[in-house]
Design a protein around this ligand. Structure first.
Ligand code: TRP
Length: 326
């Protein structure tokens, strides 16, 4: 099966990204035919600084590799280096109803967030995403719940396109993380962990051990003393239990037994130690890769060439079907 996904280069990965999305990618690259992309063209639909963007693109590629994506097992590349993405987006734009784009939740949210920056690219964002997915005849799209609506729209585009021009595209399916979407902020456990939210609530995948420990020890807990999983009554402790369980592979009920009658502080100390050790190899790998610019760029170049071969073949078919080429 073909798998495609992408992340916008808007800053370093955090623990929630990893335990939710990235781990699934790393597992699936062993079994399926995977394409993973740094979606830089999506990143420019919201306000950004061009020097920062350039650095972020390279760093996200490094982060992908440090987190465990293996360029021998998947195609890894930067979206803007394969021009077919924008070409297909234009063509798909002519079969996408304007009304559908205007009712996308992300478009409405981002327009509200940046009222001075409501550009046509932001409206057309889901068309470019559909192009990303369809260029590679994708079956499965691992994404967070917030992106599900865009995959649904992609499916509608496929149906309309195929109806009108003949069977060209496959209908992709979204693959949602089972638990990862529920990694919450350590500081505000009712909100998702996010790199743009409260910094004390967010642990970077490559954060220093000392700072990880401080954040875990300062994490908001709940009234009472018991270390029990109960997301509605004990959102703070439940979030920490989820993190501990995902990182260590120990089931939550086993952790509850292990920390039965222990204090919150004992539990946090143990989690802090564990996490610092768990994340250390990621940090080491990232530090090393940041100094090997030529090596990383070479991986991206090869990825881009492999992607291009598939993309060109799809474009040929699409243009022929649409009457653009004889
Ligand atoms: N829109 C996605 C996000 O914000 C990123 C993305 C762009 C993507 N193109 C994609 C995800 C194609 C999956 C498939 O998370």
């Amino acid at each position: 099966m073909r798998v495609f996904s992408g992340i916008r280069p808007t800053g370093s990965l955090h623990l929630g990204n990893y335990l939710g999305a990235m781990r699934q990618w790393i597992a699936i690259q062993e079994k399926e035919d995977c394409v993973f992309c740094v979606v830089d063209l999506h990143a420019i639909t919201t306000p950004y600084d061009q020097k920062q963007l350039k650095a972020n693109i390279f760093e996200l590629a490094v982060d992908y590799l440090a987190a465990g994506l293996n360029p021998e097992k998947c195609i890894l590349f930067i979206q803007s280096t394969v021009k077919e993405h924008t070409e297909l987006a234009w063509l798909l734009g002519t079969v996408t109803p304007l009304g559908e784009l205007k009712r996308m939740t992300q478009f409405k949210d981002k327009s509200k967030q940046h009222p001075e920056y409501v550009n046509a690219g932001l409206l057309n964002y889901p068309i470019l995403m559909a192009a990303d997915i369809l260029l590679y005849q994708t079956d499965l799209v691992p994404i967070g719940k917030d992106q599900q609506q865009h995959v649904e729209l992609t499916r509608e585009i496929v149906r309309d396109f195929n109806n009108r021009f003949g069977q060209v595209f496959k209908e992709p399916r979204a693959l949602l993380p089972q638990i990862g979407d529920k990694i919450m902020s350590l500081a505000e456990p009712e909100k998702k962990m996010s790199k743009t939210g409260n910094q004390k609530g967010c642990i970077g995948l490559f954060e220093e051990p000392e700072s990880i420990k401080l954040k875990i020890m300062a994490a908001v807990t709940d009234t009472g003393k018991e270390i029990r999983y109960n997301p509605s009554k004990k959102p703070g402790i439940s979030n920490l239990l989820t993190i501990y369980s995902l990182a260590s592979g120990k089931p939550i009920d086993q952790l509850e037994k292990e920390f039965d009658k222990k204090r919150y502080s004992d539990f946090k100390k143990s989690l802090a130690e564990y996490l610092a050790g768990y994340l250390e190899p990621f940090r080491r790998k990232r530090t090393e890769l940041l100094t090997r610019e030529v090596y990383v760029n070479d991986i991206l170049k090869r990825g881009s060439q492999k992607a291009l071969t598939v993309a060109q073949s799809t474009m040929q078919e699409v243009k022929t079907a649409m009457g653009l080429e004889i």
